[in-house]
Write a protein that binds this ligand. Structure first.
Ligand code: SF4
Length: 340
């Protein structure tokens, strides 16, 4: 586990990201009759503040559509924020402006679907060497040995460099995607659901690989998942997102033992778990979260979670809860966290 005294390495400051969706049929018809349609705006991320310490693994969890992947892409410098800034070592990861380019190769991203992120016509060796050659991390004469080194680091043979993506299994392709990211010699990885598409047995192997790489290479990592059970043994701290907002952040042990936000509790209850405190080991059955995630096109006023929250009161429907400190490392956004 990472010390709380390590310096802040990666930081999101009041970051928001909005997407304008094109007008639908009814809006276009209204436009023909002279009524200008209002643009539909998806608020994917809303004023997110998040800090990751050097060498720390931060889990970023929430249901599909909560904005965690969008926040991850902004932290990786592949998507510019609409407002706010992302800093790596105190420096912006993107140049300013909506078309700002990534300023550093120190942060790399690993995606859920490795097949989609690999060019099917490119041999693995070419795919791994492309970035390091462009950034001068290796020269053409040394690239084959360089690629072999990173393939072996993720548990693949050097000969894999001669093959194409379709010749590998899903787990092997994810290892290739990890090797390609590491070949850029980053100090930070943003991993977006990297095991979600793999069989359970392969998931464990890839999670163990991440743990090994973190220890060997002193990496800082953000690990994005919709599943609290997956991040439990990997992460030092966990941030929970709901409908574009971060609702709770805490050290992993505290979050799993004493969750303060009703949404975090609901997420934990939706995961089957072994109750070791009962007389005989009992598997607690998962309880699905009530209701559907509201549309980010029209998020509910006040606390975004109030339509699904069993503890909601009148204030929750009107006022967005502020961030409050449970302890120095534990913060939560809920009007009623002290009572529940
Ligand atoms: Fe539930 Fe209210 Fe807390 Fe939101 S602020 S999580 S609605 S109790």
């Amino acid at each position: 586990m990472k010390s709380d005294s390590a310096p802040i390495h990666l930081e999101a400051r009041a970051v928001s990201r909005r997407f304008e969706s094109p007008p639908g049929l009814s809006e276009r018809v209204a436009g023909w009759f002279g009524t200008a349609p209002l643009p539909s705006v998806v608020r994917a991320v809303d004023l997110a503040d998040l800090q990751v310490r050097r060498g720390e693994v931060l889990g970023l969890v929430g249901e599909s559509g909560c904005g965690k992947s969008t926040l991850g892409r902004m932290m990786a410098g592949v998507l510019p924020p609409s407002a706010g800034e992302i800093l790596l070592g105190g420096q912006p990861v993107m140049a300013p402006g909506p078309r700002g380019r990534k300023t550093t190769s120190r942060v790399q991203m690993i995606f859920q679907d490795p097949f989609a992120s690999l060019d099917p016509r490119m041999r693995i060796g070419e795919a791994l060497a492309e970035g390091p050659l462009a950034h001068g991390l290796v020269n053409a004469a040394g690239s084959a040995a360089y690629v072999a080194q990173w393939l072996q680091r993720v548990g693949l043979p050097a000969e894999a460099a001669q093959r194409y993506p379709h010749q590998f299994s899903g787990g092997q392709r994810q290892r290739i995607a990890i090797a390609r990211a590491l070949a850029m010699q980053p100090d930070t990885l943003i991993c977006d659901e990297p095991v979600a598409s793999l069989d359970v047995s392969i998931q464990a192997q890839v999670l163990n690989l991440f743990l090994q790489l973190k220890a060997d290479l002193s990496l800082t990592m953000v690990f994005i998942s919709h599943h609290l059970g997956v991040v439990r043994h990997l992460c030092d701290r966990v941030a929970v997102m709901y409908l574009g907002r971060i609702v709770e952040v805490a050290p992993a042990d505290a979050l799993y033992a004493h969750p303060r936000h009703p949404y975090t509790r609901a997420l934990l209850d939706s995961v089957p778990r072994l109750d070791l405190h009962s007389e005989s080991d009992v598997i607690a059955l998962p309880v699905p979260i009530q209701g559907e995630l509201p549309s980010p096109l029209a998020p509910p006023p006040g606390c975004h979670f109030h339509l699904r929250c069993p503890q909601a009161q009148a204030q929750c429907r009107q006022d967005a809860p502020a961030v409050e400190l449970v302890s120095a490392q534990h913060r939560v956004s809920c009007h009623r966290w002290r009572e529940i």
